[in-house]
Design a protein around this ligand. Sequence first.
Ligand SMILES: Nc1ncnc2c1ncn2[C@@H]1O[C@H](COP(=O)(O)OP(=O)(O)OP(=O)(O)O)[C@@H](O)[C@H]1O
Ligand SMILES: [Mg+2]
Length: 277
Amino acid sequence: MSLFSLSGFGVGYRDSDRLHPAVEAIDLDVPAGRHLAVLGESGSGKSTLALALAGLLPANAETNGMLSRPGFAAPPRLGRDIGLVFQDPGGSLDPLMRVGEQIAEARVVNRGGTWRAARGLAESWLARVSIPDPPASARKYPHQFSGGQKQRIALAAALVSEPALLIADEPTSALDTMSQYAIMGLLKEIAAERGLTLVFVTHDIALASGIADDIAVLYRGRLVESGPAARIFSTPSHPYTAALLATRLDLAKPRPRRFAEIDPRDFSLHVPGGAHE
Ligand SMILES: Nc1ncnc2c1ncn2[C@@H]1O[C@H](COP(=O)(O)OP(=O)(O)OP(=O)(O)O)[C@@H](O)[C@H]1O
Ligand SMILES: [Mg+2]
């Protein structure tokens, strides 16, 4: 079953009397339970596609072609059926509200139940996304956390309502590489635990390769390639995808060694009495 099915789908943005196409002629299925990475350079239409799926296109957008939602019984409700995480966690977190309260509020608004139960869930979600000391953290405000922690909290706020689908638009691109991979690993774990469908927007093919079952590559508003990640990484059919892969040659190389595997001799360290002397 597909959550979304797009056929000849396009979006243009109106600017006075002109319509500027942003994505065109998209044929794409988003099957339930799979993880789709939407790849492409800046301006290729990734966010436009993500916003169209979320039903969040701005007022000056005009669509054409077909976008159906066969996997949803009723029109999906944002927050409850579809969770969203954006690049800037500031965009999803309220700076004036304690983080525990905002996670709990999302739960109460989207799923009902008591505040007491929702606060309990908020703390367990803070623990699940590895925020230290959840009861104390729940009482803090967003500015008291690092960028990576804020993004984990935004993830908890999106997932506490148990949506079937999470749409994440470059959720880690503002973070350093280690935090990016840590959050991606966490997202992959949680998605597997909950059977969550994931639509993950990124321009980073290495990051996408760690999480995606399927890949959709946008180039200048066109879907130039889509299908299972393994097939696309081994035999890309479009020159743009091949070029993207070539910029990340490390994908083809063995994994970098873990810290524990690094030999101190690599750094010509002087280790008095050490095994390497
Ligand atoms: N609200 C808007 N009004 C008018 N044009 C827009 C709007 N949002 C996006 N566009 C245009 O649509 C095209 C696709 O933009 P989009 O934001 O979808 O790209 P993107 O792939 O997400 O880029 P990035 O990697 O920089 O986030 C661009 O030409 C952009 O200028
Ligand atoms: Mg974007």
